[in-house]
Every structure is written in structure tokens, then in C-alpha cells.
Ligand binder design. Sequence first.
Ligand SMILES: [Mg+2]
Length: 181
Amino acid sequence: MLKVLIPFALAKNVYDIDLEFYKELKIDTIICDLDNTLEAFYTLHPSERAYELIKKLNQIGIRVIIISNNKRKRVEPYCKDLNCDFMYSTRKPLIYKGKKFIKKFDINPEKTLYIGDQLFTDIVFANRLRIRSVLCDNLVERDQFFTKFNKFFDKFFRKKMKKKKLVPTWEELLHGINEQN
Ligand SMILES: [Mg+2]
């Protein structure tokens, strides 16, 4: 399988990941996709669990920056409600804007984790920027129309990846780290 499609870890969703995982990896920044990773695309305002998650992460010294291919009118109000920095119309998997993003927010790729739900946009984007990534299952089944084409290939490669056990889950990685200590 193409290396650029391989994430660092797998997760059920962003809410399922134990904070210990980030602590063990010494993460100080999480770059998170918005639609279908943090929230369903039709949910316009942050849910209670999104507020809770951001609060908990901030409390342990991790900042969260939201990055989306969606338009300003969707991304800005949501992120302002959450009090998170953000970038809209990013055009993932292209990294032209991503490189600017890294400079603007002074991101250290070694201490950063990218979390997203799509192989061909999120994971390719993170890999090209040399940032470790976590691929989540879709938060909701329904998705925007324009992602349907991508989703077909995404499903195919995701299945293959899981069947061949090419990528560990965050739980497996965390246990591995703890066993070493
Ligand atoms: Mg998404």
C-alpha cells in the first residue's frame, strides 16, 4: 500500500482516545479535522462533548487547532464558539496552505498529532507535512455529496489496511509504550 496513505494509528473516533495516549507521546498540539471527525457536518454549533474534549485537552496543556476544507461560513462560527484557532478552505491534501499554517501557529511536527476521518484528504495531508496522524471511523454515516467519490476508494483501502493489520490502534500503541517502561 502507498506509504502516504498509512496513518500512525487508528481510532473509533476522537472522543474515544484516552488522554494518556497524548501524554505518552508528549503531544502539545492536536490538529483536528472538523466535519465527521469532531462533529457531524450538519451540526453547526459545538456539541457538549466537543466543548468537554477541548477543555480537557487544554487543561493538560494541549492546544487544539481545527483545520477544514469547508468554507469560512461553516468553520469560523463553529471554531469561535469553541474558542479554537482554525483554518478554513485548506484544500487538503494539497499542502500549500498547510505549510503556511505550520509557520503561522509555530507547529513542531514532532509534538503534533493530526486527527481526521478521510484517507485521501486528511492522512495524505498529514503525511506530506510529516505529522503523525490518527485515522478515525466516520462519526456519522451520512456525508456531504462531494466526498462520496473519495469515500469509495477510502473504504477499499481502509478495509485492506485493517485486514492486513498494517496500522495499530491507539490502544495497542499505548499498551506498547507502557510495556516498554
Ligand atoms: Mg472530515
